[in-house]
Design a protein around this ligand. Structure first.
Ligand code: IPE
Ligand code: IPE
Ligand code: MG
Length: 224
């Protein structure tokens, strides 16, 4: 049985769910947050140590302002109301992405990270304003600036996922088969699961089904 240490998820399909059920994309984002809570609980139950959630990509800035503002308002309300609870549950929150938001949100994100820094049960990496290509270019830039030797070990040091093991598996909901600029480097050997359900419809049972499938496969890493 394969151990699962790190699950990464592209939480896709909120907009379509919202349009279908409530005639509003934003309603889908709100509903999607309920799935986030369910999946966090289930991740802990499964004793998984790292959960990386793709919440906002560097490309998502191309969306209408109204949707972007709604998403960040939702995040703000979520963090304000839940961070103490996450902290009590021994969960660490880490933002991976380029923190270029409003002053208020930047502060809230930093505070949330600081508050939960020492927690050990589960580390949630929230990918926010995250883009893998930019991350890799940025890593090279800093590596060269510091005159470090170019090698794999040093490269890992400059990525936003420094000190985080690579994901064992990636799940993408929403019936779309692409990576959308997510963890291109780190997913080199991850198992990939594309799920037809939209993110708000995804539930514990679906999640466990995928986890169980993963446990049974043979991972080669180039060997036989
Ligand atoms: C993913 O859902 C959430 C974010 C990108 C913030 P989408 O908003 O992309 O939902 P669809 O793919 O349009 O249905
Ligand atoms: C990927 O979903 C980003 C997040 C889930 C945050 P998108 O819906 O933005 O991806 P594309 O644009 O359809 O590839
Ligand atoms: Mg989408």
């Amino acid at each position: 049985m394969n151990p699962i240490n790190h699950v990464a998820i592209i939480m896709d399909g909120n907009g379509r769910w919202g349009l279908k059920h409530k005639n509003s994309r934003n309603a889908g984002h709100k509903e999607g947050l309920k799935t986030v809570e369910k999946i966090i609980k289930e991740t802990i139950k499964n004793k998984i140590k790292y959960l990386t959630l793709y919440a906002f990509s560097t490309e998502n800035w191309k969306r209408p302002k109204k949707e972007i503002n709604y998403l960040f308002d939702l995040l703000e309300v979520f963090l304000k109301s839940k961070i103490d609870d996450l902290n009590k549950q021994n969960i660490r929150l880490k933002i991976i992405g380029f923190k270029k938001f409003s002053k208020k949100l930047n502060k809230l994100l930093e505070l949330s990270e600081k508050k939960t820094f020492k927690n050990k049960k589960l580390q949630i990496n929230l990918a926010l304003n995250y883009g893998s290509k930019f991350e890799i270019v940025n890593a090279f830039k800093n590596l060269c600036k510091n005159n470090d030797k170019i090698n794999l070990k040093n490269m890992n040091k400059y990525l936003l996922t420094k000190n985080i093991p690579d994901p064992d598996m990636l799940i993408r909901t929403g019936n779309t088969k692409r990576l959308s600029n997510f963890l291109l480097w780190q997913l080199a050997y991850s198992e990939i699961y594309f799920e037809k359900k939209l993110w708000p419809d995804f539930n514990e049972k679906d999640y466990n089904k995928i986890l169980n499938k993963f446990k049974k496969i043979k991972r080669n890493f180039g060997k036989i």
